[in-house]
Design a protein around this ligand. Structure first.
Ligand SMILES: Cc1cc2nc3c(=O)[nH]c(=O)nc-3n(C[C@H](O)[C@H](O)[C@H](O)COP(=O)(O)O)c2cc1C
Ligand code: SF4
Ligand code: SF4
Length: 245
């Protein structure tokens, strides 16, 4: 059973690649995040969790979901994280999560993918993203093969800790608000932003998106808008958009 959280599509892509190698069922946890429900799973094969790195940890919405959900059958789990540069010490937090849920960790692996943090103006030009995606292909294939063969993943060296320990809580305290999202005249009212938001935070009102107050800055809305019609304050203006469909 492969469970993933994804804003801009990187982790979904990796989860699906692993599923095609292992034949495991794959589920987007957004189904539960939208209504706040817990998951209840049974899998005879090891569980595989895939999600992005947000300031040196898995997103809180993802770890909270894993914490409140029930996992029966296999007691083994793999943890895969996509990131733009470095996972910092995500692996350490993953170990704690695994222990709390009674999982034996089969390994943690980070995979460098294109930067999705569009609301913060960090996204890169399309050509750079193409090159990063190409470089990721063999790494994704290797991880998928190892998981399909039930092999343990070798530990990665840990990065510096300050992002995960100090900056992460600061980011949650100061940078998660959806209040700076706005929509421009370019909006055609397609509703893609509303249907993609993994937290169900966007409603369409008179053909325009309106943001509620639950946001994890996943950038599915701003990155995935086909018209580039969403801005986040001034930080996103003139910056490339990224969304892997
Ligand atoms: C709020 C936020 C925080 C992020 N923090 C980090 C980070 O600490 N390290 C890193 O390498 N990438 C970071 N990124 C980039 C994402 O980890 C990366 O783009 C990831 O592949 C996105 O996955 P997704 O497309 O499945 O949502 C961050 C992105 C966002 C939106
Ligand atoms: S995805 Fe873009 S164009 Fe479509 S409704 Fe949302 S803001 Fe408008
Ligand atoms: S409002 Fe946008 S950035 Fe916030 S959780 Fe929804 S899709 Fe992600």
């Amino acid at each position: 059973m492969i469970l993933y959280f994804s804003g801009t599509g990187n982790s979904r892509h990796v989860a699906k690649e692993i599923a095609s190698a292992t034949g495991d069922e794959v589920e987007d946890i957004a189904t539960h995040l939208r209504d706040g429900s817990a998951g209840a799973y049974r899998s005879e094969r090891p569980y595989v969790f895939v999600g992005p790195v947000y300031a040196g940890r898995y997103p809180r919405v993802m770890t909270d979901f894993v914490s409140r959900s029930r996992f029966e059958g296999s007691r083994q789990a793999y943890f895969i994280a996509t990131c733009a540069e470095t996972p910092w010490i995500t692996a350490k937090y993953v170990k704690k999560l695994a222990q709390a849920k009674g999982f034996e960790t089969m390994g943690f692996r980070s995979i460098r993918m294109p930067q999705g943090y569009c609301s913060n103006g960090l996204t890169r030009p399309a050509e750079e993203n193409e090159a990063v995606l190409k470089a990721a292909e063999p790494k994704v294939a290797e991880v998928a093969r190892l998981i399909a063969e039930d092999r343990r993943l070798r530990d990665e060296p840990l990065g510096k800790s300050y992002m995960s320990t100090i900056m992460n809580p600061l980011m949650y305290a100061t940078m998660m608000s959806p209040r700076k999202f706005r929509v421009t005249e370019a909006c055609v009212g397609c509703g893609a932003c509303a249907s993609r938001c993994p937290l169900g935070n966007i409603r369409m009102v008179d053909g325009r998106p309106v943001w509620g107050d639950r946001c994890t800055q996943c950038c599915a809305c701003i990155g995935g808008c086909p018209e580039g019609a969403i801005e986040y304050g001034k930080k996103s203006v003139g910056k490339p958009r990224y969304y892997l469909a």
